[in-house]
Design a protein around this ligand. Structure first.
Ligand code: ADP
Length: 705
């Protein structure tokens, strides 16, 4: 358009006889009117080239191109034959006089018409090659323009012929660039608009490669003309500056390029990594494109990994390009809808258990995950879960069997427990009745032995009479006062011992039979009562009792008191006479105990007495077991009773001790909560005379004042 308008303006210049309009600048050669006409025709032909080619347009375009070619050819031939056969002469000769179309101008028009001809050809090869004459025109025009800029006539004129005018060179340049731009896709300059590294480099370096030498050349000539420096210096300066500027341009371009290249290599490595993963992962992967978003059936296989083939048992890669139903005919409409839905909504979907099988694929259970991918694609990641499901079923069956077995064992255990309880009760009843039955013969034994003592005394009175000879009296008295008296003492102490054992047995059997009244108990109050009851003996033996904080528990009050009384009593009984006795009662944290709510409480009674060797730690809880029989009297029944009480409360009892180093008895009781009326207070136990309670944190301290 610009070319046509300029050419029209130049023609007008000829019509109104304005040399400035015809030449562009004062003093320059004017453009020949034929050139102006050919520019208008060439621009029109080019404009038609860019349109959709209808029959008429094609004819018109070809006609215009032919006119341009003939006009230019006639001028060239005129120069060659030196005859006035050029269209410029016979059309405008009378008007223009000496001014003719320059031979290089005519040649460029001829080249341009060739370029137009090839550009509209049907053959892609010809279209691609239309760029060559167009480029030649652009190069020739550029040479002429540079010639004008540098004042080098040889560049825009041939010998003595009229030179190519400046405006002709400029318009030829515009035409050539326009034609190249029209067919940019087929041209080497397409790289300039590419959105890649090549395009980026070309866009940065090409302007520098054109502008830098051009401007530097201008500066060089300007300097030489003003005699600022001579030609050699100017040439050297221009070369150095060109090298420096182009080198800077190249380095500045290369640095970001090399960074981009590093990023590209990293990305490529990552892509390779992922593609290796996809290739080797034991999960089947297939990618499907939804060709028609309105049709679920239009899903077409794009790609698949090796695992897909392994899992399905059929080669999947040959199915690429097939629709989903061609590849897997048994896919249900519901499954198709799910996959297509993933493409439409862009959301992942999961089919946890899907059954699929056809003529080639064995019937199996599959777990499928569908995820959206770019370009209307959906990825399907699938696994064969038949074995897993089978294993799960097996585990379920085993679990059911196990539960049945556990139930059966629990029932058996409950029955055994019932049995055991019954036998225990029978034993206790037996012990009770035997002990009870033994009582009356014992009482008889005691009564008769007393009677015998009395008889002995009466016999001694009778022997005192004078009638009894002295010899007999002496003998009888020695028998009655000696052997008989001693035998009677043995009988009585044996009876006493037997009676104590029977008492202990009755106590033990009572522990098993008695009904407990379980309720929250304030252990510190119970301990205070026990210590108070033993105050006199503690005082006599100078023993200190230290009671730490004792949390409440849930127990029968009498039974709990019995336990503390027994343990504190034993601690007192088995103190070491060689050192000052010390007894400590407290509560400990028992990590081994199972967590209950409220948590179980562990109490302890510690002494610095004789201690127990480790062989006896278990035995002492059995009936009639004694470690220090000579040290203190007893039947060895106390700890057996204590264990029975603790057992019946669901707790346990154990001892930590070493011979000569004191003992600590621990026992656990179920936890209990006591609702306090007021703030927690210390137990104040006033022990008779010598003992006092001095601590207010719930502890008792015994000691001489
Ligand atoms: P008894 O006190 O009648 O002997 P026990 O069943 O209470 O019966 O105790 C069994 C034995 O355990 C005791 O004879 C004693 O040897 C040992 N024993 C119990 N408590 C202690 C203790 N605190 N220190 C050392 N030995 C102990």
């Amino acid at each position: 358009m610009l070319v046509a308008v300029s050419a029209v303006a130049i023609l007008c210049g000829w019509v109104i006889d304005s040399s400035l309009l015809a030449s562009g600048l004062p003093g320059l050669v004017a453009m020949n009117p034929l050139s102006a006409v050919l520019f208008i025709l060439a621009a029109a032909a080019m404009a038609l080239t860019s349109k959709e080619a209808g029959q008429r347009i094609t004819v018109l375009r070809r006609g215009l191109t032919a006119i341009v070619a003939l006009g230019a050819l006639s001028c060239l031939l005129s120069y060659l034959t030196e005859r006035p056969i050029g269209a410029d002469v016979w059309l405008f000769g009378a008007w223009t006089g000496e001014n003719r179309m320059a031979p290089n101008t005519a040649f460029h028009f001829l080249l341009f018409s060739l370029a137009l001809c090839l550009a509209e050809s049907r053959s892609p090869w010809a279209r691609r090659w239309s760029q060559a004459p167009a480029l030649a025109v652009a190069l020739g025009a550029a040479t002429s323009l540079v010639g004008y800029a540098y004042g080098a006539q040889q560049l825009y004129g041939i010998g003595s012929y009229i030179p190519m005018p400046l405006n002709t060179a400029a318009l030829l340049m515009l035409l050539a660039v326009g034609l190249i731009a029209l067919r940019l896709r087929d041209s080497v300059f397409f790289v300039l608009i590419c959105d890649d590294a090549g395009g980026w480099i070309a866009r940065r370096l090409l302007p520098a490669a054109i502008v830098v030498p051009f401007v530097l050349g201008l500066l060089r000539i300007a300097g030489e003309r003003t005699e600022l420096y001579d030609s050699a210096f100017g040439a050297a300066l221009m070369v150095v500056t060109t090298i420096v500027l182009l080198a800077v341009a190249i380095i500045v371009t290369a640095i970001p390029m090399s960074r981009a290249d590093a990023v590209r290599r990293k990305n490529e490595a990552e892509i390779k990594l992922y593609s290796d993963i996809v290739r080797h992962i034991p999960i089947g992967l297939t990618i499907w494109r939804l060709d028609d978003s309105a049709s679920d059936h239009s899903l077409r296989l794009v790609s698949a990994n090796a695992a897909a083939t392994d899992l399905l048992g059929v080669p999947v890669t040959p199915m690429v390009g097939k629709t989903i139903l061609e590849a897997f005919p048994a896919v249900t409409p519901a499954q198709l809808a799910t996959y297509a839905d993933v493409v439409r909504t862009g959301r992942c979907r999961e089919l946890p258990v899907l059954h699929y099988g056809d003529e080639r694929v064995a019937e199996s259970a599959w777990s499928v995950k569908a995820f959206p991918l770019p370009d209307h694609c959906v990825g399907l990641a699938f696994e064969n879960i038949s074995q897993r499901i089978e294993a799960e079923h097996r585990i379920h069956r085993l679990n059911d069997e196990l539960e049945l077995r556990v139930e059966q064992r629990t029932r058996e255990l409950a029955a055994a427990n019932r049995d055991l309880r019954q036998k225990n009760q029978e034993n206790e009843m037996f012990v009770y009745s035997v002990s009870h039955d033994l009582r009356s013969p014992l009482v008889s034994l005691q009564g008769f032995s007393k009677e015998l003592t009395q008889v002995g005394q009466e016999l001694q009175t009778l022997l005192a009479a004078d009638q009894v000879p002295a010899e007999i009296r002496d003998q009888a008295e020695s028998l009655i006062g000696g052997e008989m008296q001693q035998s009677l003492k043995f009988i009585q102490s044996g009876v006493l011992r037997l009676s104590n054992i029977i008492d202990a047995l009755l106590r033990l059997s009572r522990v098993g039979r008695i009904e407990y009244d379980l309720r929250p108990q304030e252990a510190r109050e119970i301990v205070a009562r026990v210590v108070e009851a033993m105050a006199a003996e503690l005082f006599d033996r100078g023993v200190a009792v230290d009671v730490g904080p004792l949390p409440p528990c849930r127990a029968d009050a009498t039974a709990l008191e019995q336990v503390f009384a027994n343990l504190i009593g034993n601690a007192l009984k088995f103190l070491d006479g060689g050192r000052q006795g010390r007894i400590e009662v407290g509560a400990a944290v028992d990590d081994s105990a199972e967590a209950t709510d409220p948590p179980a409480v562990t109490y302890f009674v510690r002494d610095n007495g004789l201690g127990i060797s480790s062989d006896h730690h278990e035995k002492i809880f059995q009936a009639f077991q004694r470690v220090h029989p000579k040290h203190a009297p007893g039947e060895g029944m106390g700890l057996a009773i204590v264990r029975r009480i603790v057992d019946r409360h669901g707790g346990r009892i154990w001892v930590e001790s070493a011979e000569g180093q004191g003992s600590t008895f621990f026992f656990t009781m179920p936890g209990g909560t006591i609702v306090e009326d007021g703030p927690a207070r210390g137990i104040q136990v006033q022990l008779k005379g010598a003992y006092h309670a001095s601590r207010t944190d719930g502890d008792l301290v015994g000691g001489r004042r």
